[in-house]
Design a protein around this ligand. Structure first.
Ligand SMILES: [Ca+2]
Length: 235
């Protein structure tokens, strides 16, 4: 369990924050983001495997009929393991076809990311793919965005290594996304936020990039959107 300067942070707190990110995306500006078929095309970038939040978010996206989940990318170390966990969710949801790609385990400043996902210990109990190779996420993100210019919403709920690499390597992709939505930052002075400091260079790269539309959901917002819990019940 991660800690900040205020002490231990509960799993429910993290889970709710992730749900907020997804639910905010799908509930709030939906009509403006949806395609002709009424669904929102989404690329989901995650560091699933530590706290429960990203798993809640992924389950929500897989179960939400208004979401056209184009693919999932994993980051923040042990990324093939994290991709296997995404695969376990996708398989359980009947989405064996879901494109899943593992990111590079190297932060944008060149330092290796040494994080291993606690939840990988239960992988043996769940059917999943094994054929994941790290370092494939960015090109998949780029090709997906450029194949549908002006349509794709990129949702990231972990440290921004993959997202930062994407827009550093392919700056033209920044103008081709529909919207970038992050669960990132506090926007208060009391403590740094995990996703923001997980790869500081990548965070800087993303916040310095201009997008057609950009939303960063701060963790503190979770306390203001408890009413959205109704939307989480189908999970
Ligand atoms: Ca996360």
């Amino acid at each position: 369990m991660r800690k900040n300067s205020k002490g231990k942070i509960g799993r429910r707190e993290f889970g709710l924050a992730a749900g907020v990110g997804a639910a905010s995306l799908l509930a709030w500006p939906w009509s403006a983001l949806a395609g002709d078929d009424g669904r929102i095309p989404i690329l989901f970038d995650t560091d699933i495997g530590d706290d429960i939040d990203d798993a809640v978010c992924l389950a929500y996206l897989l179960s939400q009929p208004r979401c056209e989940l184009l693919g999932v990318t994993t980051g923040f170390g042990a990324n093939a393991q994290r991709a296997k966990m995404v695969s376990a969710f996708a398989t359980a949801a009947g989405r064996e076809d879901l494109p899943i790609h593992a990111g590079s385990p190297i932060a944008l400043n060149g330092e290796p990311i040494d994080m291993s996902p606690d939840q990988a210990r239960v992988l043996s109990k769940w059917k999943h793919r094994e054929d994941f190779e790290e370092g494939k996420a960015v090109e998949f993100m780029y090709e997906t965005i450029m194949s549908r210019p002006g349509e794709v919403t990129l949702l990231a709920v972990g440290p921004l290594t993959n997202v930062g690499r994407l827009f550093k390597k392919h700056p033209e992709a920044a103008g081709a996304v529909k919207r970038v939505v992050l669960m990132n930052g506090h926007f208060k002075a009391w403590a740094p936020e995990w996703n923001a400091i997980g790869d500081k260079a990548a965070t800087r790269a993303v916040y310095e990039t201009a997008f057609p539309s950009f939303l960063s959901v701060p963790k503190i917002l979770k306390v203001k959107v408890l009413h959205l819990s109704e939307r989480m019940k189908p999970i």
